[in-house]
Design a protein around this ligand. Structure first.
Ligand SMILES: Nc1ncnc2c1ncn2[C@@H]1O[C@H](COP(=O)(O)OP(=O)(O)O)[C@@H](O)[C@H]1O
Ligand SMILES: [Mg+2]
Length: 230
């Protein structure tokens, strides 16, 4: 299987008031195409820091990161943004939808940045909303949708650029257990269709949907269960 992403000896330290705090220590990790991974660990253990590095939202203090074999450490901010736009789909705990635009317009947004013509954009957005079972709600504003439905819009938005990897930081954290289960069913379905998914969760019931669980504590990988061979 192709390596989608590889972290080699990655550390990230934050400097505050002259004090250095090491949020990630010497993390090495390979994510292969089609993997479904949950990252677990206590609050403050470095999960979001790790997700930001995987998502090219941040740079490590030391170590190397490769996306589809390409070293991204030397990339400038514009190149990093381009890598994000073409390779990464983000899903957030708070959904992060634009409140004054319809579900359809929210899903279309990444293709506006990608300068795709409006008709093709619309067709693809409708297709993505169908994929998450929300086509009949495409004209609704986020306030006219339940939390679970808003998160489905956010997943459709993450999918629309056909990213190499979908990253979700606590995607069920703001949902009741039924809606959370529906969202996990969608991730399972995406996994079954070959998508590569990495999600952060506190919840063992959420993590058990994943095929591989990486546990971190104090910025280090403690356990990596279900890792694919080869
Ligand atoms: N921008 C920052 N500046 C300083 N310290 C930070 C910053 N971001 C995170 N940290 C610290 O790094 C540690 C890991 O944070 P984070 O990755 O958000 O953990 P988690 O997502 O597992 O709760 C925490 O102790 C946090 O306080
Ligand atoms: Mg976090």
């Amino acid at each position: 299987m192709t390596d989608i992403l590889r972290l080699a000896g990655v550390s990230r330290e934050y400097k505050m008031d002259g004090v250095t705090f090491q949020a990630l220590r010497d993390v090495s990790l390979t994510i292969k195409q089609g993997e479904f991974i949950a990252i677990m660990g206590p609050s403050g253990s470095g999960k979001s820091t790790l997700m930001h590095l995987i998502g090219c939202l941040d740079r490590p203090s030391s170590g190397k990161i490769f996306i589809e074999g390409k070293d991204i450490i030397g990339a400038n901010d514009r190149e990093l943004a381009e890598i994000r736009n073409t390779h990464i789909g983000f899903v957030f705990q708070q959904f992060n939808l634009l409140r004054k635009t319809s579900a359809l317009a929210n899903v279309e947004l990444p293709l506006i940045y990608a300068k795709i013509a409006s008709r093709a954009r619309r067709e693809r957005a409708i297709e993505m909303l169908k994929e998450v079972g929300l086509a009949e709600k495409m004209s609704n504003f986020p306030s006219q949708l339940s939390g679970g439905q808003q998160q489905r819009v956010a997943i459709a938005r993450a999918l629309i650029t056909n990213p190499s990897i979908i990253l979700a930081d606590e995607p069920t954290g703001n949902l009741d257990s039924k809606s959370g289960k529906d969202i996990m069913d969608i991730f399972e379905n995406l996994h079954a269709h070959g998508r590569t998914i990495v999600l952060v969760t506190h919840d063992e019931n959420v993590a058990k949907h994943a095929k591989r669980i990486i546990r971190i504590a104090d910025g280090e990988i403690m356990n990596d269960k279900g890792k694919m061979k080869l």
